[in-house]
Design a protein around this ligand. Structure first.
Ligand code: BDR
Ligand code: CA
Length: 319
């Protein structure tokens, strides 16, 4: 069976991605590395530990990663509105009985050690899915590109190729939080699959699904209904036309486990680092003609199939 490592900036949709992964028969979740983004990295560690306990999986290692972007001097300290004042919709979960491994730092040291060790151990059986800023991945490639090239797949949630960004007209949040890291990854030649807003804005969890989670009568069902309920309200207020919330991070996990869910465009990408388009993922003019393409971008998705599978697996994870 494939081995899976998630890299989470543990907000609401990261939590759904984690639940989806735990309920997926295609791969075994062997660890979570963490990063700043929706929340500071230490809060991401705490949220991952708490949600794993809630879902009955206290055995999964949680490892501290980068606490700031490559170019930042200070640790990142923002709680992003869309995910509530603790990253999980303001819902207070029981304090976890264990601590994470390592401590957040500028180099993402513990997370990068864990990831490189997993890459060397599992090689082509390992799938790595970052759903926050790509800082830990950039650091891992900087330290051992060969090891990262040898793994079975790197599928990240982030970017937007055919539609506007969600933080600025050009930039999606995960890329905007560390454009230098994303650019280093995309221009490293290490093969990656990008699951961006192009497809995540097509996969919508309808507003009425939470009632089914609550009706399970379990602590996990009730807590997830509250956590995602907060996220829904934000979507209602800001993007009501979607009819629900976008399943960004769960879709990246789903495509990593079943690439047939998406239609792909092979292209060499870069990130704009200067000017008004800072943070935009776009074709790299210098490598467009190169027959070797290092990025695959999901540009279409079988949304009904994914959403149905997502709903089924969430009921299993929360039941
Ligand atoms: C991405 O940004 C974060 O807020 C979400 O968790 C997701 O990974 C969507 O742009
Ligand atoms: Ca995320």
């Amino acid at each position: 069976m494939k081995k899976l490592v998630l890299d989470l900036d543990m907000g609401v949709d990261d939590a759904m991605a984690l639940a989806y992964a735990l309920a997926s028969p295609e791969a075994e979740l062997i660890g979570i590395t963490t990063v700043f983004g929706n929340v500071p990295c230490a809060q991401s560690v705490a949220n991952c530990l708490a949600v794993l306990e809630l879902l009955g999986h206290p055995e999964v290692p949680v490892v501290a990663g980068a606490d700031r972007a490559l170019a930042a001097r200070e640790p990142y300290a923002t709680m992003v509105d869309v995910h509530g004042d603790n990253g999980i919709g303001g819902v207070e979960l029981p304090v976890p009985a264990r601590a994470g491994m390592g401590a957040p730092d500028a180099a993402g040291g513990a997370a990068v050690d864990f990831l490189l060790d997993a890459a060397r151990t599992w090689g082509s059986d390992l799938i790595y899915v970052p759903t926050g800023p790509l800082t830990n991945l950039a650091r891992a490639i900087e330290r051992d590109a060969q090891a990262m090239r040898s793994i079975g797949g790197i599928v990240f949630m982030g970017g937007a190729l055919t539609i506007p960004g969600n933080v600025t007209p050009g930039a999606e949040a995960n890329i905007a939080n560390d454009p230098e890291a994303a650019d280093a990854v995309l221009r490293s030649g290490v093969p990656v699959t990008m699951v961006g807003l192009d497809v995540t804005h097509q996969t919508i969890l309808p507003f009425d699904e939470l009632a089914r989670w609550r009706a399970l009568g379990t602590p996990a069902g009730a807590a997830f209904a509250d956590i995602v309920g907060y996220y829904f309200n934000f979507y209602l207020e800001h993007q009501g036309y979607l009819g629900g919330c976008a399943l960004h991070d769960p879709l990246a996990v789903a495509i990593a486990l079943d690439p047939a869910l998406a239609g792909m465009l092979d292209i060499n990408l870069k990130v704009d680092l200067d000017g008004p388009f800072r943070g935009r993922t776009i074709g790299d003019p210098l490598r467009l003609h190169d027959p070797q393409k290092s990025s695959r971008v999901a540009v279409s998705v079988d949304a009904p199939r994914f959403v149905e599978r997502f709903c089924e697996r969430m009921l299993r994870a929360l039941g």
